[in-house]
Design a protein around this ligand. Sequence first.
Ligand SMILES: *[C@@H]1O[C@H](CO)[C@@H](O)[C@H](O)[C@H]1NC(C)=O
Length: 384
Amino acid sequence: MSPSTSLLVVVIAILAALAARTVPHRPLLIVPFYPKPPPALDGPYALNTVLTDLCVDVTLAHPFDLAGAETAIASPDGLSWYTATSAGVVARIDVDGDVDAGTALLTAHPLAYLGGRPLGLALHPELGVVVADAARGLFSVSEETGIVTLLAASVDPEGTDPILYADDVDVDADSGTIYFSDASTIAPWRNADNSFETFEASVKDALEAGHTGRLLAYHPANRSVEVLADGLYFANGVALSEDKTFVVVAETFAARVSRVWLTSDRRGDVEVLIDNLPGYPDGVSAFKETFWISIAAPRSKFLELVHPYAPVKSVFSLLPRWMVPKPRKHGMAIQIDPTGAVVRTLHDPSGEVVPMVTGIHAMAVDRLLIGNLKGDGIILCRGV
Ligand SMILES: *[C@@H]1O[C@H](CO)[C@@H](O)[C@H](O)[C@H]1NC(C)=O
């Protein structure tokens, strides 16, 4: 062996020994993946500064920790907002006064402490606030009583098919059916400070390219969970179409958004709605006929360079997190129509106001609530 080869072997052996002691997740089954070259930021994705200019971080004058508010949603009248934090708290924010005039008082009330890692939220006509908790499963929280109910932690009642990474959720208000994603079979693990590590788990999923995500439906009438689709690439944002014929699901690390049909003739069929996005899609929400897609980060040159080479990815999967390139800060949100055509793209290219968009909710055509997994509060955009 040449000296450099020997050195490489020693380095890999040390990393493997370190990893064997500390690996908090299941063994990875890393496979090659061949991403398309990302599209340029022109045409439908042309750069602008809409998010830089028209958004504000709504920092609350309240001693309430909103760190890790990955998603924010609003009641139909816009007067109550809901979010969930990395500390495991589901909170309601009451809006009293005129937000646009800057005279509103925003007060946060903790509704429940789930103790896991709540991510996606939706309002349900009977069950209250429905929560996808990445560490613990699907929950509902009653606003009146504060009672927390575990709806599903497993697909089967016996618990042999656990939901390991519940991520986003949407509700059919007529039937009561809850659609939610189970992003990956790499479950988030606990950090030293007791919080759950969802981000690093997703990085492992990206390197693995194992497409172990799925779209599930929970039927409150008989409390059953149905697997609508599996084999998805990190099943993330979920949104039901206005006509209820399909559910949109973001496949984060394939940089695409797919739809899963619900109609009786095509139930469970998966079809790519928009492919080769300029970034990794996270939360998705429906607004009238359209869908807003949050983009957590622009496409990573590093990740896409190593994607075809499983052994290289295996080495990177063992590196401590500070050695792996961080996602670039660039706020981006894309609106598409039901055919997958881009309606608009909004940017904060500086990442100063909106460094990352992990959740998006349209309160009106020109009014958005944005969540940021790594941020300290909720971002409100007006007049976009
Ligand atoms: C539960 O109800 C849903 C909706 O009515 C139905 O599609 C599903 O088959 C039922 N599941 C079981 C296990 O009974």
